[in-house]
Design a protein around this ligand. Structure first.
Ligand code: ADP
Ligand code: MG
Length: 488
C-alpha cells in the first residue's frame, strides 16, 4: 500500500492532535504499509498504541488487538472514545449473551476489536473473526506470550492457529520488555520464521528513572524505611507487593502513620472498586497505591513520581515493566526496591505455583474427562497439552524446562539486587544492551538516600488526604499469595 508521508502526518494531526512522531512510530507505520510483520520493542510510555491506531485510519479494514487484561482493554477503549472514536469494541467476558451476539454479527462495523486470547479462542468468536477481513493483527504486551503461555494462559499458545484461521494477516507484536531470547520465543510460538518479521528494537532504558536498592536487615526495618521514604518522596507513587495481605497491611500502616491518601489494589478488590481506585489515582485524588502486579499494565498516568517494590518481582522483565509506570511525562522519577534477606522465597514459591507435578500429569492423562479434584486452571492447562497430542513425559519436560527458566530469571533478579556496580548497567545488560555509562542521576549504588533528596521531585501535584476513599472493606485475612488469573 502506497501512502504519502504527508497523509500520515495529516492523520497524526487530525486524529491525535500531535505534530511529531515519537521515536519508532513512523518507522513501524511505514513497515506496516508494506504489509511487513513487525516485532517492536519500545520503552514504556513511547506511544505504542498510536502506531496501530493511526495505521487503522490509513486502511479501511478492522484491526484486531489481542490484549492481556480486561482493565487494559477498558482503558484503551476509553482513550479511543475520548479521541472521538466510537467504532471500538472489547470482546470480553463483560459482554452479556445478547451484546456478544450483536457484536459478533456486526464485527465489520468496528474499526478496533480488542480481544483477550481466551475470548479469541472461543469457537463462535473465532468463527466470526475469521469471516471478516482483518487489516492488522496486533499482539499488545507480546512478552505475555512467552511469559504466560506455557503454564498460565495456554490460549496464548493458540494465537498461531488463530493467525492461520484469519489467513495470516499482517501482524504487529508490541512490547516494552523482551530480551533476545524472549523475542525468539515469541516468534517461535507464533510459528514465524525469523525472516518473516522485521524486528525494531529501541533501548528499553528510561533514563529519567533513578534506580535504587535499599538493603534492610528485617521486614520491620523495611516498614520503617518505607515510611521514612514516603516522607521524602513527593507526588504520586505505586508500592508493589507480592502478597495481597501485606499490601493491605502496609496501606493501613501508611494510613495511620502519615498524611498521605492511600488505596489498596489487588485481585480480591471488586472490579467496581478497582475501577474507582484507578480513576481516582488518574485524577490525582489518591497519591499512593499499594498494589500487587494486578495493577498498572497499560495505565497511562503520566505523573507517577516513584515506584517502590516492597517485594522483589520474580524477574527483571516484570521489574522493568513495573518501574516503567513512573515518569511517563519524562520528568525525574525514582524506582526503589526494598530488600531484606530471604526475600527470594516469595518469587521462588510463586514460580512453582502453576507447575503441575508429574503425579498429577499422569493422573490427568489416564482419564482427562473426569478429574474433578483438579482446579479449573490446572485442568485447562493439561487439557491444552493433551489436545496437542503430547505424552506425559513431554508435558513434564515442558514444565521442567519452564521451572528452570524461571529460576534463571529469578537469579538475574537477585543479581540486580545484590550488584555492587551500576544498577542501570546491570539492568540494560540483561536486555542485551551494552555501552551503558553510570552517571550521577542514574542509580543509587553509592550514597542512595542523599541522592534521592537531591533529585528534587516535582511537587506540583500532591493529593490531599481529604480525598481519602470510601470503599467497601476488602477481604481481610488473605494469606494466599497473589497469582490468580487476570480477568479477561
Ligand atoms: P505505551 O503503550 O508505549 O506504553 P501508550 O500507547 O499508552 O504508550 O502512549 C503513552 C502516551 O503517549 C499516550 O498518552 C499517548 O497519547 C502519547 N503519545 C503517543 N504518541 C505520541 C506522539 N507522537 N506525540 C505525543 N504524545 C504521544
Ligand atoms: Mg501499551
Amino acid at each position: 500500500m502506497q501512502v504519502s508521508e504527508q497523509k500520515i502526518y495529516a492523520v497524526l494531526k487530525s486524529k491525535f492532535g500531535f505534530n511529531e512522531f515519537k521515536p519508532g512510530q513512523l518507522e513501524i507505520i511505514h513497515q506496516l504499509c508494506r504489509s511487513q510483520n513487525v516485532l517492536a520493542v519500545l520503552p514504556t510510555g513511547t506511544g505504542k498504541s498510536l502506531i496501530y491506531q493511526l495505521f487503522s485510519y490509513l486502511i479501511e479494514q478492522p484491526i484486531i488487538v489481542i490484549s492481556p487484561l480486561l482493565s487494559l482493554i477498558d482503558d484503551q477503549i476509553a482513550r479511543l472514545n475520548r479521541l472521538g472514536e466510537t467504532a471500538v469494541i472489547g470482546l470480553t467476558s463483560k459482554l452479556d449473551y445478547d451484546q456478544r451476539q450483536f457484536a459478533l454479527a456486526h464485527l465489520k462495523s468496528y474499526r478496533f476489536l480488542y480481544v483477550s486470547p481466551e475470548m479469541a479462542n472461543q469457537p463462535d468468536v473465532l468463527q466470526a473473526l475469521s469471516h471478516m477481513q482483518c487489516g492488522l493483527f496486533v499482539i499488545d504486551e507480546a512478552h505475555c506470550l512467552s511469559q504466560w503461555g506455557p503454564d498460565f494462559r495456554p490460549d496464548y499458545l493458540k494465537l498461531k492457529d488463530i493467525r492461520k484461521k484469519l489467513n495470516y494477516p499482517t501482524t504487529l507484536m508490541l512490547t516494552a520488555t523482551a530480551t533476545k531470547a524472549v523475542r525468539l520465543d515469541i516468534l517461535e510460538k507464533l510459528a514465524f520464521r525469523s525472516d518473516q518479521v522485521k524486528q525494531i528494537i529501541h533501548s528499553v532504558d528510561r533514563s529519567n528513572i533513578y534506580l535504587d536498592v535499599e538493603h534492610c536487615r528485617s521486614a520491620k526495618q523495611k516498614d520503617e524505611k518505607l515510611l521514612q521514604l514516603l516522607q521524602t518522596l513527593t507526588g504520586a507513587g505505586i508500592i508493589y507487593f507480592s502478597s495481597k495481605k501485606k499490601a493491605s497491611e502496609i496501606a493501613a500502616l501508611i494510613g495511620q502513620k502519615s498524611e498521605r491518601s492511600v488505596a489498596v489494589y489487588h485481585g480480591d478488590i471488586t472490579p467496581q472498586d478497582r475501577y474507582k481506585i484507578q480513576q481516582q489515582f488518574m485524577q490525582d485524588k489518591i497519591d499512593l497505591i499499594c498494589a500487587t502486579s494486578a495493577f498498572g499494565m497499560g495505565i497511562d498516568k503520566n505523573n507517577v513520581r516513584f515506584v517502590i517494590h516492597y517485594h522483589m518481582p520474580g524477574n527483571l522483565e516484570d521489574y522493568l515493566q513495573e518501574i516503567g509506570r513512573a515518569g511517563r511525562d519524562q520528568k525525574q522519577s525514582i524506582a526503589i526496591l526494598l530488600y531484606a534477606p530471604g526475600d527470594e522465597y516469595i518469587p521462588s514459591t510463586l514460580n512453582l505455583a502453576n507447575i503441575p507435578s508429574l503425579a498429577n500429569i499422569e493422573l490427568f492423562f489416564k482419564n482427562p474427562a473426569s478429574r474433578p479434584s483438579f482446579n479449573t486452571d490446572e485442568r485447562q492447562l493439561l487439557m491444552f497439552y493433551y489436545n496437542q497430542h503430547l505424552d506425559v513425559h513431554q508435558v513434564n519436560q515442558v514444565f521442567t524446562d519452564r521451572q528452570l527458566s524461571k529460576q534463571k530469571s529469578l537469579a538475574a533478579m537477585s543479581g540486580f539486587v545484590n550488584t555492587t556496580t551500576c544498577l542501570r548497567t546491570y539492568l540494560l545488560n540483561h536486555f542485551d544492551e551494552t555501552g551503558v555509562r553510570h552517571t550521577e542521576k542514574c542509580c543509587g549504588i553509592d550514597q542512595a538516600t542523599a541522592s534521592i533528596t537531591a533529585l528534587k521531585l516535582d511537587q506540583s501535584v500532591v493529593a490531599k488526604r481529604s480525598a481519602k476513599l470510601t470503599l467497601r472493606p476488602w477481604q481481610e485475612g488473605l494469606t494466599q499469595l497473589f497469582h490468580q488469573k487476570p480477568n479477561t
